[in-house]
Design a protein around this ligand. Sequence first.
Ligand code: ATP
Ligand code: MG
Length: 229
Amino acid sequence: MYALEAKHLYKSYRTRKQTVEVLQDVSLQVRQGEMAAIMGPSGCGKTTLLHSLSGIDRPDSGEIFINGQDLSSYSPEELARFRRRHLGMVFQDFQLLESLTVEENILLPMILDRQDGNAQERQLKKALELAGIGDLRDRGITELSGGQKQRVAIARAFIQEPALIFADEPTGSLDAESADAILRCMAAINRQSKASMLLVTHDAHAASFCHRILSLSGDGLLADKGGRI
Ligand SMILES: Nc1ncnc2c1ncn2[C@@H]1O[C@H](COP(=O)(O)OP(=O)(O)OP(=O)(O)O)[C@@H](O)[C@H]1O
Ligand SMILES: [Mg+2]
């Protein structure tokens, strides 16, 4: 069974003037424990694809299975719960809540899931350690560097030990040194937790941290370039 399998995805956006066909017959698989990259030119549909695969948005047609479970079989409430429990998300612009502390941001998926306090404390320690930010626990978000913010977002993505973590340009807002540290951190989490990862990037160096690179082209088709590692 694949960690993630998508079959024949189509997705278009309808604006007032026209319909933009973005995904046209995209199929892909991510194996258990695999860290895969999606590359492709700006505007080719990488974010659209990630949003469909992670259940943020629904494709127009096609099927998505996560650990064999058909995403379309869930009601909106079930899908929200499934996403909190089993999927982690990391974004280019971090998407942290500035009114909350580092600790509160990281714990958010567990708080929304009403997990008990002992489990929260145990998972928090693990996530802080894996992300290398134990010393930042009580800080405010505005007191962090970009690289530190992304580590908080990674700890939040990991907090419920999801089967699959999606990352959309996770290093796109960072300088080369911080980007490298974030990629090493993600690769270490992939090795230690066995979470599968699907990472969207423009950057060949970022993709080189992954086991496999998938190329999305302007006409919406994916080509598997095979493993680099
Ligand atoms: N909500 C929307 N309404 C209409 N068109 C959209 C919408 N979102 C994206 N698009 C269009 O769909 C296409 C794909 O956008 P998408 O954001 O998925 O590309 P991308 O590969 O992630 O680009 P980038 O590398 O710049 O982040 C683009 O032509 C974009 O203009
Ligand atoms: Mg994008």
